[in-house]
Design a protein around this ligand. Structure first.
Ligand SMILES: [Zn+2]
Length: 263
């Protein structure tokens, strides 16, 4: 018989369930915010007919599967981004619990859920709202002050160097090429990511963003989409996706916690 670590199994279940619930909020935020609709107020409803969802229709991922991806009232296809974001949220919860003990696991998941919203909204709308990028700076410094992840000075420098560095790169690109190379929100996002990972990780964030971009371009090619020099992948999404695995590594190093579960 395989030995099963019951407390860990329960933690994984709880992490996945909490992640799916957070994911459904993130999905609602990503779908509604760009259309100027209220995100926090009001009950959950169908994007198409506006019908209020009942309890049985609110279960992340499962409701979607049981209704064959359609609304129960109007029969219109539910955007598959809903269950995809919910699933990503659940996965984040599971990985965070496996990677770190509490309370670092919760902070790790919180950072990733936030990045999920950033990545999804930038991929969907080519838009990085200040309300999503800027709070990452004080939140990252607060986590450092609480002793979670890299030290405070490293992260304060990361915010400054990340923000100013990318703004400078954008300025140089504009001067040389005569057009915008990135969105105005990208330097603010890298400031936020720097406040979590620290200044030394910034080159790896950009390198990782490049790698994620290559993988995304290959996936688009495999799906028959044309990819060329004019294809624009949202830099914000790429940096957000690259930042999280790096956080898991650096946060684990400073708390020496990974092997607690890996042993
Ligand atoms: Zn409907």
């Amino acid at each position: 018989m395989l030995p099963i670590d019951i407390p860990l199994a329960l933690m994984v279940l709880a992490g996945g369930a909490l992640g799916a619930i957070v994911g459904s909020f993130v999905a609602a935020l990503v779908m509604r915010w760009p259309r100027g609709e209220s995100v926090v107020g009001g009950r959950s409803r169908c994007d198409s007919c506006g019908g209020t969802l009942r309890a049985g229709e609110l279960v992340p991922v499962l409701s979607y599967l049981m209704q064959f991806g359609r609304c129960r009232r109007c029969g219109v296809r539910i955007d598959p981004k809903h269950p995809a974001i919910e699933l990503a949220g659940a996965l984040i919860g599971v990985v965070s619990v496996l990677a770190h003990p509490l309370p670092l696991a919760l902070v790790t998941a919180g950072f990733a859920w936030w990045l999920l919203a950033v990545a999804a909204i930038d991929a969907e709308e080519q838009w990085l709202p200040d309300a999503l990028t800027l709070p990452l700076v004080p939140l990252g410094l607060l986590a450092a002050w609480a002793g979670l992840g890299p030290p405070l000075l490293d992260r304060a420098l990361g915010a400054v160097v990340g923000g100013l560095g990318l703004a400078l790169l954008a300025w140089i690109y504009r001067a040389l090429r005569g057009r915008e190379g990135m969105g105005g929100g990208d330097p603010k996002l890298l400031a936020g990511i720097g406040a979590w990972l620290g200044v030394l990780q910034l080159p790896f964030v950009l390198l990782g963003a490049g790698l994620v971009g290559i993988v995304a371009a290959l996936a688009m090619t495999a799906r028959g989409q044309a990819v060329g020099a004019a294809t624009r992948l949202p830099l914000g999404s790429l940096m957000a996706v690259a930042a999280w695995p790096l956080w898991i590594l650096v946060a684990g190093n400073s708390s020496a916690a990974i092997h607690l579960y890996m042993l």
